[in-house]
Structures are given as C-alpha cells and as structure tokens.
Design a protein around this ligand. Structure first.
Ligand code: OFO
Length: 163
C-alpha cells in the first residue's frame, strides 16, 4: 500500500507524463503544418511513448491497491519560433521530467517504500536515454547548420530516429 505522500507524487507524475505527451503532439502538429514531416512523425511517435510512461505509472498505482487520479492537464504551447526552438524546448522539458523522477525516488526513499523505489529505476534509466536522444538532436542543429538545405537534412535525420 502506498503512503498518501507517495500516492500524491505518483499521481502528479502521471499528469506530467500526459502533459509531456500533449506537448509533443502539439509540436508534431506545428512541424506538420510547416512541412517538416520527419520531425512531425518523430514527435507524434514520442507523444505515444510518453502516454505509455503515464500508463505504466497508472497500472503500478492501481496494482498497489491505491487509486490513480486523473487531473486537469495544462494546455501545451502550440506556436514555436523555429524547429530548433521546438527541440530546445523538448530537451529543457526532459530535464524537468528527470528532476521530477529524481524527486520521486527521493520520496520513495524517505517513505521507506522500496517497492516503488525499485519500480522507479526504469524511469531513471529512461530519462538518461531521453536526455541523450534530445541532446543528440540539438547537436545536429550545430553540426549541420540551417544554411541552404540544412533544415531539410535535419528533418530527414530526425525522421530516422523514430524508435
Ligand atoms: Fe520523455 O519522459 Fe516520460 O518519463
């Protein structure tokens, strides 16, 4: 059984993962509207992945005999300055998610909830992968540059990253 504090933090994380899913879906729509189909596909795929993160938490909460509570999800941004702006925001957002996961791990330790501590290790590894993935994408903007066919090439490179 989860403590009240642990349950509240896990429910907040469900909400954050659903918000992440909506942010990436909103970014996908912006990219599709600008003809950046590779990035649109990548972000839509990532939006689905974020939902799967929310469901994994949702299932865990319910399995413990507690109840997942679905709350209001904040409206995501839907206008961006450029493709680079989109991916700078994805990276910044993942840093926020990583901090939230580490806070959750701290809470599990504080509550002596070793089962949840163990469950959260998957998210710790996943955040390492996500930060790495989005940092690699940001690096492409520096390496390829935006001159001439740069944007087209970056979009094609991002399309190849669909997992
Ligand atoms: Fe992209 O992060 Fe979920 O956990």
């Amino acid at each position: 059984m989860l403590t009240q504090k642990m349950l509240q933090r896990l429910n907040e994380q469900v909400n954050l993962e659903m918000y992440s899913s909506n942010i990436y879906l909103s970014m996908s729509a912006w990219c599709a509207n600008k003809g950046l189909q590779g990035s649109a596909n990548f972000l839509k795929d990532h939006s689905k992945e974020e939902l799967s993160h929310a469901y994994k938490l949702f299932d865990y909460i319910n399995e413990t005999g507690s109840m997942a509570v679905i709350d209001t999800i904040a409206k995501p941004q839907n206008e961006f300055a450029s493709l680079q702006d989109v991916f700078q925001r994805t990276y910044n957002h993942e840093l926020v998610v990583s901090k939230s996961i580490l806070d959750l791990v701290d809470t599990a330790m504080g509550e002596k909830d070793y089962s949840t501590f163990n469950f959260l290790q998957w998210y710790v590894s996943e955040q390492h992968e996500e930060e790495k993935l989005f940092k690699e994408i940001l690096d492409k903007f520096e390496i390829i540059g935006m001159e001439g066919r740069g944007l087209f090439m970056i979009d094609r490179e991002i399309a190849a990253l669909v997992r």
